[in-house]
Design a protein around this ligand. Structure first.
Ligand code: NAD
Length: 340
């Protein structure tokens, strides 16, 4: 266990088992140099406890990097609740999770993530103030994440294609959920021509009818002839199998952990495909839950989110000057803020 903790430079790992609610949860606090750790709470089933531990450590570390680059006064943390296989009372479970967070005294602040809902955060809030994104505070991260990805796409297009407008560009969006759909709306408004895919046919049809998007099946999206590919569904989609299929010059989307491994960032760089590091371009949601928690106005949150475009332009320029991938430059910047 301490090997894993040391490898990830993790500060704290906390476990809670609550018999009456059935709660089995883990909170990882990676680094609090820049502020209390903030990160969402995953509520999914895991094949093993080890998988859950690996996941929470990896995600907490990612949040430290994301907060550092986004310049929010937050450290990196994450929580996982192992979804019980037996029947359970959801409200009781999330209330017990709230007590777990509260016992950490504010070193970790939670928010929604895969599998958890804003209404779950209302239950958490009954037992702790260390939560952002309840139905009452209205800090829904998804629209702000989409706004940040849109700003990042504009920056990438300007850097790579020398264009100041998206008008007429062909943009392929994979995954049309909370973020992907909001992003598609922003791109359509700017005159981009959309090619879309989702495993949920209703989501595809909504974009076809509202934005005149061209629909392609989930396996074909990688090989679509386009200017930019925006992964907004799953992680790991940029890998040794998909990169040879790409016919775009930019990859920039919302999905977390888009690269199957760090090496794929270099592969894209060598092929001349500009990659917007995921944890930089998708930081709008973190900016929303962080600054929303600190009661900053929406205007400041939007302005800080749009500024992600400028952050990416800096990374792209340094990547070009040093001839290394933007991902490597982003990691260097984050690590200097976290560890130097
Ligand atoms: P979501 O669950 O609302 O949407 C994901 C969509 O992807 C769904 O419509 C799903 O059907 C689709 N999908 C799943 N597998 C697919 C496949 N093989 N091909 C095509 N589509 C597929 O999730 P979301 O909140 O929109 O988040 C999207 C991504 O962005 C995730 O990777 C998430 O981790 C990341 N992200 C989200 C936020 C946020 O604020 N919501 C913030 C940062 C990062």
């Amino acid at each position: 266990m301490f090997d894993k903790i040391e490898r990830a430079d993790l500060n704290e790992l906390h476990f809670r088992h609550d018999k009456s609610s059935g709660l089995r949860a883990i909170i990882a606090i990676h680094n609090t140099r820049l502020g209390p750790a903030l990160g969402g709470c995953r509520f999914i089933t895991y094949d093993s406890d080890d998988d859950a531990i690996e996941d929470v450590i990896r995600l907490a570390r990612g949040m430290s990097y994301k907060a550092a680059i986004a310049n929010v006064p937050q450290g990196g943390g994450k929580a996982v609740i192992l979804k019980p296989l037996e029947p359970f009372d959801r409200q009781e479970l999330f209330q017990a999770f709230g007590s777990f967070i509260h016992d950490l005294g504010g070193r970790y602040i939670t928010a929604v993530d895969s599998g958890s809902l804003i209404t779950d955060m209302d239950e958490v809030a009954l037992n702790t103030p260390y939560v952002s994104g309840t139905t009452r505070d209205g800090h829904d991260p998804s629209p702000v994440t989409a706004l940040g990805v849109y700003a990042g796409i504009c920056a990438a297009v300007q850097h790579q294609l020398g264009r100041t407008s998206l008008k007429g560009l062909r943009i392929a969006v994979q995954g049309l959920g909370n973020v992907g759909y909001a992003l598609a709306a922003l791109l359509h408004k700017d005159g981009a021509r959309l090619i879309v895919s989702d495993i949920d046919e209703r989501r595809v049809q909504r974009c076809v009818s509202e934005f005149g998007a061209e629909a392609v099946d989930s396996n074909s999206i990688y090989g679509v002839d386009c200017d930019l590919f925006a992964p907004c569904g799953l992680g790991g989609v940029i890998n040794a199998r998909t990169i040879p299929q790409l016919r775009c010059s930019i990859v920039a989307g919302a999905a977390n952990n888009q690269l199957s491994d760090d090496g794929q960032g270099e592969v894209l760089h060598k092929k001349g495909i500009l990659y917007a590091p995921d944890y930089v371009i998708n930081a709008g949601g973190l900016i929303q839950v962080s600054l929303g928690y600190l009661k900053k106005p929406a205007s400041e949150i939007n302005q800080r989110t749009l500024a992600l475009g400028g952050t990416l332009t800096d990374l792209f320029e340094r990547s070009r000057a040093d001839n290394v991938s933007p991902e490597q430059i982003a990691n260097r910047v984050a690590e200097s803020l976290l560890f130097d």
